[in-house]
Design a protein around this ligand. Structure first.
Ligand code: SAM
Length: 288
């Protein structure tokens, strides 16, 4: 049991709306009005929310790029007995957003950390996806490119629980294509778009169907992707993957994976040695 000191202030982590401003709880609104300071990811963004609820608490910025300097400063403020709410631009702080580092610092310092629950894109999408909600894995944003992205996709390929991804509209098509390549086109999936907003939409299909749809229809707005876990038809998914080492190698290169690593991944995927992949590539190059 951590010891918390009653003379210190409390750090609240509050959810904020992911679109619809009505998705604030009465408790969050009250506590935001009562605390001494609000640490916000983007003060201009949060100011609009505060204006909507007629909240006049002082704001300061706390984000990914100033957290190392700002975190200890905010902890000092809490240690002096002041209460503080940390919010991100949308949803729960700490979920694909700043907040967890501050919570860790506060816990280490013996400061009470209290959640103010509310909107969250991942769970809102999951509960309306029609897919299994008993066990799930939150992936959030995949690493942007290269080796780490491939390693993570390989790592989750045979997981049986439902998978939850965040994705920006301009990367959605590419991500769907990679999910089809690695997980197979047959898995059930749902794309949840613009949750709680005017153009909210759920598209429930197979991964292949979603991929084809967004190839034809430019993705717009914010998206959560929910993907069924491995149902044991993994063999089938594997069979749909390319079997040509050159094709696999080139697919990795197109995702900015280095040559050596691309060869290693192609070899791994096909269960052959890297030397064999290298030999096949040389043969192709020399036109054999
Ligand atoms: N902290 C947030 C939460 O608790 O959901 C997530 C913030 S993360 C920086 C932003 C990503 O969350 C978006 O790119 C999108 O994938 C997802 N997201 C946020 N709001 C959304 C919405 N209204 N509809 C669909 N996805 C949303």
């Amino acid at each position: 049991m951590d010891s918390e000191h009653s003379q210190y202030g409390t750090l609240y982590l509050s959810a904020t709306p992911i679109g619809n401003l009505e998705d604030m709880t009465y408790r969050s609104v009250r506590i935001l009005s009562e605390v001494d300071l609000i640490a916000a990811e983007d003060t201009r963004h949060t100011r609009k929310l505060l204006a909507h609820y007629d909240i006049h608490t002082r704001l300061t910025s706390y984000h990914e790029h100033n957290k190392l300097a700002k975190g200890p400063e905010l902890i000092g403020y809490l240690l002096s007995g002041k209460n503080l709410v940390c919010v991100s631009d949308a949803g729960l702080p700490g979920i694909a957003d700043p907040g967890s580092h501050l919570a860790q610092l506060a816990i280490e310092a013996g400061i009470r950390v209290v959640p103010l629950p509310g909107a969250n894109a991942a769970l809102s999408a999951l509960i309306c996806s029609g897919l299994d909600t008993t066990m799930f894995t939150f992936i959030g944003f995949l690493p942007k490119t290269g080796k780490k992205r491939m390693e993570l996709l390989e790592q989750i390929r045979y997981r049986k629980d439902t998978l939850i991804f965040y994705e920006a509209p301009h990367h959605l098509q590419q991500t769907l294509q990679e999910l089809v390549n690695i997980l197979g086109e047959g898995r059930k999936a749902a794309a949840a778009r613009e949750l709680t907003k005017h153009y909210e939409e759920f598209r429930r299909d197979r991964l292949g169907g979603l991929c084809a749809w967004y190839r034809e229809h430019e993705p717009r707005g914010e998206f959560v992707l929910i993907v069924e876990g491995d149902t044991g038809a993994a063999g089938a998914a594997k069979d749909m993957l390319p079997q040509d080492p050159v094709e696999i190698y080139e697919a990795f290169l197109s995702r900015n994976v280095e040559k050596k690593e691309a060869m290693r991944q192609a070899a791994k995927q096909l269960g052959i040695s890297r030397r064999d992949v290298y030999r096949i590539l040389l043969e192709k190059e020399s036109g054999k």
